[in-house]
Write a protein that binds this ligand. Structure first.
Ligand code: ZN
Length: 244
């Protein structure tokens, strides 16, 4: 008899299996990303009917099987229902889940990714925050957590911390004025540089609560789009829809 477990986490995806069941992928605090079988989750009287859906966050009760977990009950504390109020928002939310799925593994410590995902979805639900900014902040920070990031605190060519004025995709970071004259690079606004520094280092709880001008947002998006494409070859299904 395997032992009962309580795992805290968020459903990343839910696939129908057979007539009444579901296969869930859950990002958990305790075990990293797990795959779980939710027997009978599509039956009208199932205790898992509402829980076995993407975005559901809470405590999942399960048994550990040989190759997967058997989930039999859940206490959901947040369904992120406001995300489904409009199509753009729910697609962005699905993209966040897919991005988290790409970067996480079973058995890894994925607490930071879970905390980041939760905070990013909360920010998406907040009508006062710019959804495009939320998206690129989430992307960059997720990449930082997984060890992929540009150098934004000093010149990536000479190490100087002064006169940082340009960004080089090739050298993967900022350049000082002297080095920018000798390397292909694009000028970067001081506020954009500060935004990159903030996104890479601020505590996750405060990560999404800031605003930028359209100009800074444009530069940030430009840099992050190219950065993501350079380091992640995978095509995300949610991006392929062309809706984002
Ligand atoms: Zn330099």
């Amino acid at each position: 008899m395997s032992e009962k477990l309580e795992l805290t986490g968020m459903v990343l995806s839910a696939l129908p299996m057979g007539e009444y069941d579901k296969r869930l992928v859950i990002l958990t605090k305790e075990r990293g990303k797990i795959s779980g079988f939710a027997k009978g989750a599509r039956r009208q009287n199932s205790p898992l009917l509402a829980a076995a859906k993407p975005f559901s966050f809470g405590v999942f009760e399960c048994y550990e099987g040989r190759s997967s977990y058997n989930i039999y009950q859940a206490q959901i504390s947040n369904y992120f229902e406001k995300l489904s109020l409009d199509l753009d928002t729910v697609y962005l939310g699905m993209y966040f889940l897919e991005f988290a799925d790409y970067y996480t593994r079973e058995g890894n410590d994925e607490q930071q990714m879970l905390t980041l995902l939760y905070a990013a979805l909360r920010a998406l639900e907040n009508p006062k925050l710019d959804k495009r900014l939320t998206r690129y902040v989430y992307e960059l920070r997720a990449m930082v957590i997984n060890g992929e990031y540009p150098e934004v605190f000093c010149c990536t060519a000479c190490g100087s911390t002064e006169n940082l004025q340009a960004f080089s995709q090739e050298k993967n970071g900022v350049l000082c004025a002297d080095c920018a004259a000798e390397n292909p690079a694009e000028p970067i606004l001081g506020s954009t540089l500060y935004t990159l520094q903030y996104v890479m280092s601020a505590p996750i709880e405060r990560l999404f609560a800031f605003r930028v001008t359209d100009e800074v947002l444009g530069e940030f998006i430009h840099i992050q789009e190219r950065f993501r494409k350079k380091y992640i070859e995978r095509k995300f299904k949610t991006l392929e829809t062309g809706l984002l």
